[in-house]
Design a protein around this ligand. Structure first.
Ligand SMILES: Cc1cc2nc3c(=O)[nH]c(=O)nc-3n(C[C@H](O)[C@H](O)[C@H](O)COP(=O)(O)OP(=O)(O)OC[C@H]3O[C@@H](n4cnc5c(N)ncnc54)[C@H](O)[C@@H]3O)c2cc1C
Length: 232
C-alpha cells in the first residue's frame, strides 16, 4: 500500500485564515491575505473551527494517490461524496490476479485460511485469463474478479470533508485497510497544515466521546487512542 499526498492548495492555512477574516473586515480578501502572517492565520483557523464554523476550511483541498489498495477498500472510500475520484479502470487494464491482490492480516496469519484464499485466487486468475483468451472483453471478464484485487485511485477532498472522513475512518470500528489509509492521510496533512487538522481523528479524539458507544476496552482504549493521534 502506498499513500502519497500529491498536491494541495498553496498556503492552505493562510488562505483559510484570510477567508475567515473576510466576514468581519471591511477590506476584501485580496488585501487581507497580503497583510496576514501565518501565525495569526493559524490562530484564526483554530478559533473559528473550534466554534464549529468549518466552512472556512473548505477553501483548502488535498489530493492523494492511493496505490496498491483493494477494491474492497475503494468501494468504501467512494461512499464519501464530497470528493473527486479517478480510479484505475478494469475495463481498460487487464488484471493480473496472481500478482495483484491484498491479503487481509487475519488470512495471512492463518495457514489454513491462506491456503483457501490463494487457491481461490489461482482459480479466478485461470478463469479470467481463459475468458480473455476466448474473446470476452475486459469489461465483462472482470465480473469474476475478487474484492481483493489491487487498484490505484486518486482522491481530492477539502479540509472539512477530510476531517469528516478522519472522524469516521480513523475509528477502530472502521475496516482495517481504510483505517490504515485514513491514518496515513491524516499524518501527511498534519505536517503541511497543522492548524486545519488540529484534534482531527476518530470521534473520540475530535469530539472527546464515542457517539457509537466505545467497543470493548481492549479494542478501544480511548486514552491510548488519543495519545496515539496527538503523537501522529
Ligand atoms: C464503521 C462504518 C461502517 C459502515 N457500514 C456501512 C454499511 O453496513 N452499509 C452501508 O451502506 N454503508 C456503511 N458505511 C458507510 C456510511 O453509511 C457512509 O455512506 C459513509 O461513511 C460516508 O459518510 P457520509 O455519508 O457521512 O459522508 P460523505 O458522503 O463524506 O458526506 C459528508 C457529509 O455531507 C453531508 N451530505 C453528503 N451528501 C448528502 C446528501 N445527499 N444529503 C444530505 N447531506 C449530505 C452529510 O452531512 C455527510 O455526513 C459505514 C461507514 C463506517 C464508517
Amino acid at each position: 500500500m502506498k499513500v502519497k499526498l500529491l498536491r494541495y492548495t498553496p498556503d492552505p492555512e493562510l488562505l483559510c485564515g484570510a477567508a475567515a477574516l473576510t466576514s468581519s473586515k471591511t477590506e476584501g480578501t485580496s488585501d487581507i491575505i497580503e497583510k496576514l502572517d501565518l501565525e495569526k492565520a493559524k490562530r484564526i483557523v483554530r478559533r473559528v473551527t473550534s466554534y464549529g464554523h468549518e466552512s472556512v476550511i473548505e477553501h483548502a483541498s488535498f489530493t492523494f494517490s492511493l496505490e496498491g489498495i483493494s477494491r474492497a477498500m475503494t468501494h468504501q472510500l467512494v461512499r464519501h461524496r464530497i470528493a473527486s475520484y479517478t480510479q484505475q479502470s478494469q475495463r481498460y487494464v487487464a488484471y493480473d490476479t496472481l500478482g495483484h491482490y491484498v491479503t487481509p492480516p487475519s488470512i495471512s496469519q492463518s495457514p489454513k485460511a491462506k491456503k483457501i484464499f490463494e487457491k481461490t485466487l489461482m482459480q479466478i486468475s485461470e478463469a479470467y485469463q481463459k475468458l480473455l483468451k476466448d474473446g470476452i472483453s475486459k469489461e465483462d471478464a472482470r465480473f469474476i474478479l475478487p474484492n481483493a484485487a489491487k487498484t490505484n485511485i486518486v482522491v481530492t477532498m477539502n479540509a472539512r470533508e477530510l476531517r469528516h472522513f478522519f472522524r469516521l475512518r480513523c475509528c477502530q470500528r472502521s475496516q482495517w485497510e481504510i483505517r490504515e489509509v485514513a491514518i496515513e492521510m491524516l499524518r501527511q496533512v498534519k505536517k503541511v497544515a497543522p492548524s486545519l487538522f488540529e484534534n482531527a481523528g476518530p470521534s473520540c479524539v475530535e469530539l472527546g466521546y464515542c457517539p457509537e458507544g466505545a467497543m470493548k476496552p481492549e479494542v478501544c482504549n480511548i486514552a491510548e487512542i488519543k495519545k496515539r493521534f496527538e503523537e501522529l
